[in-house]
Ligand binder design. Structure first.
Ligand code: 2RA
Length: 330
């Protein structure tokens, strides 16, 4: 299978290549695509070297699948061109996520919505993906009424420039590259993406709107506060969930430990709980601190951690591609 990776040289694009290789995705030819300045560079994949090409060249090569991580503008411009040539696009940007004609997919939750006709498929936002993987089995069993989530998001979610700012500041270089309006080392920023009229940020609205679309249930009320933290390994989330039906905490732990894509790490007596260092370079979603919210009935607190570049982006996209191949949808 010919696979194009658009944005092959970025943080997520590089992870896409890692995950495709690790999971032995059936690639007969890799087509790395990047901006003009990278054309001609070589990308090493599975012992072979592939030259970075322009989108036009890639389209003409008629890949069966193109995974995009190149920003919303590029995706709005190029995804339709790939799709028109018969390629199925899996896009990691926010460009298509809330388009009513496009599917927004987390395989553990709603891969069954996919059809042969879907030629542009949206990969959800990283902080949404890790949350809905956990919400889905709980919703099926206890029916969720409301979710309150606060996130602690890695600087890798912003990109290389933010990682450089963090480590510059850690080395005492305070006038280096700036990805944020303030210092990030030894600090927290309650601000991810742009502020909206309603006082929420775009990142918070993504978590709210994408959760309802992926789970196919607008009755679930969601509110979110997303925070940038000086961390590398992944995104963490404190999640409070109110259910229609009551639950038993041990039954919840059992249910989550058997749910797809989840690892429960939850034994406070042994100081066992998930951290970004547990999740770094892993594809699973880690859950811990599972406990009843004693302030109101039928309500649960838990802590969710995942590698935002892998399950939060690259791995989820590759899992969508795997589903398409396994179900002969490409
Ligand atoms: C972030 N979720 O963490 C956003 C985009 N990757 O910045």
């Amino acid at each position: 299978m010919k696979v194009a990776v658009v944005g092959a040289t970025g943080l997520v694009g590089t992870q896409m290549l890692n995950v495709l290789k690790e999971r032995n995705f059936p690639i007969t030819e890799l087509i790395p695509v990047a901006s003009e300045k990278s054309v001609g560079k070589e990308v090493e994949y599975n012992g072979n070297k592939y030259k970075v090409v322009t989108a036009e060249t890639a389209i003409a090569m008629k890949p069966e699948i193109a995974v995009f991580s190149a920003g919303g503008g590029t995706s709005l411009e190029l995804a339709p061109l790939f799709a028109a040539a018969g390629t199925t696009v899996i896009d990691n940007s926010s460009a298509w996520r809330m388009d009513p004609t496009k599917k927004l997919v987390v395989p553990e939750v709603n891969a069954n919505v996919l059809t042969k006709e879907d030629k542009i498929i949206a990969n959800p936002n990283c902080s949404t993906i890790q949350m809905v993987v956990v919400l889905e089995p709980l919703h099926k069993k206890y029916k969720i009424k409301r979710v309150v989530v606060s996130t602690y998001q890695s600087v890798t979610g912003t990109g290389k420039k933010a990682v450089d700012q963090l480590f510059d500041e850690r080395k005492g270089i305070m006038n280096g590259v700036k990805a944020y309006p303030y210092q990030i080392d030894l600090n927290l920023l309650p601000h991810i993406d742009v502020f909206q009229e309603n006082g929420y940020t775009k990142e918070e609205m993504k978590m709210i709107l994408e959760t309802n679309k992926i789970m196919g249930d607008d009755s679930i009320k969601v509110t979110a506060t997303t925070v940038r933290v000086p961390v590398i390994g992944g995104h963490s989330e404190s999640v409070n969930i109110e259910f229609e039906n009551d639950f038993d905490v041990n039954e919840v732990k059992e249910l989550l430990s058997k749910a797809p894509g989840i690892i429960v790490k939850d034994n406070p007596s042994k100081l066992e709980y998930p951290t970004p260092m547990d999740a770094h370079n892993r594809d699973e979603v880690f859950v811990g601190r599972i406990r009843r919210d004693e302030s109101q009935p039928k309500t649960l607190n838990l802590w969710i951690v995942a590698d935002n570049l892998r399950k939060g982006a690259a791995t989820n996209a590759v899992q969508i591609a795997e589903y398409l191949v396994a179900n002969k949808l490409v």
